[in-house]
Write a protein that binds this ligand. Structure first.
Ligand code: ZN
Length: 146
């Protein structure tokens, strides 16, 4: 299998079997954003414990890239604090511009999104869940260290 084929597999796996999909009861964070260019819509919800994303879920409709990216994001950030989440948000943004801020180990499945940087029209799809969460985190000042 080619490397591209493998990446495609990982993205399709998250698209078909999304992790942490659904709604939370009484979420501390609930934010919806859309990407009109592609028609992607995403809602990110989280329960907070201090500055930690104790639980994080998403719901959405859209293309495989945006939904797979959301699934990967919740998997990577569940149980992590705001500073850690911000590091990943910055890292994924950089990756979409062809820069490597996060190591392959840190990226895990998200490495599969690397190829998206070659398709500028799809970069917004991949970033939608991340920029949506970032907006909510900024409002709650979660990204700041204690
Ligand atoms: Zn899309």
């Amino acid at each position: 299998m080619s490397l591209e084929g493998l990446y495609q597999e990982i993205i399709l796996d998250h698209y078909k079997s999304p992790r942490n999909q659904g709604k939370l009861e009484n979420p501390d964070i609930s934010i919806s954003e859309s990407n009109p260019l592609c028609g992607d819509e995403i809602c990110v919800q989280a329960h907070l414990d201090g500055k930690t994303l104790k639980d994080i879920r998403f719901e959405g409709k859209g293309c495989s890239i945006s939904l797979a990216s959301a699934s990967m994001m919740t998997e990577a950030l569940k149980g992590r604090d705001g500073a850690h989440a911000q590091k990943y948000i910055d890292g994924i943004k950089a990756m979409m511009h062809g820069e490597g801020k996060l190591t392959d180990d840190e990226l895990g499945d998200m490495e599969a999104l690397k190829g998206v940087s070659d398709f500028p029209a799809r970069v917004k799809c991949a970033l939608l869940p991340w920029t949506t969460l970032e907006k909510a985190m900024n409002e709650k000042k979660l990204e700041q260290k204690k």
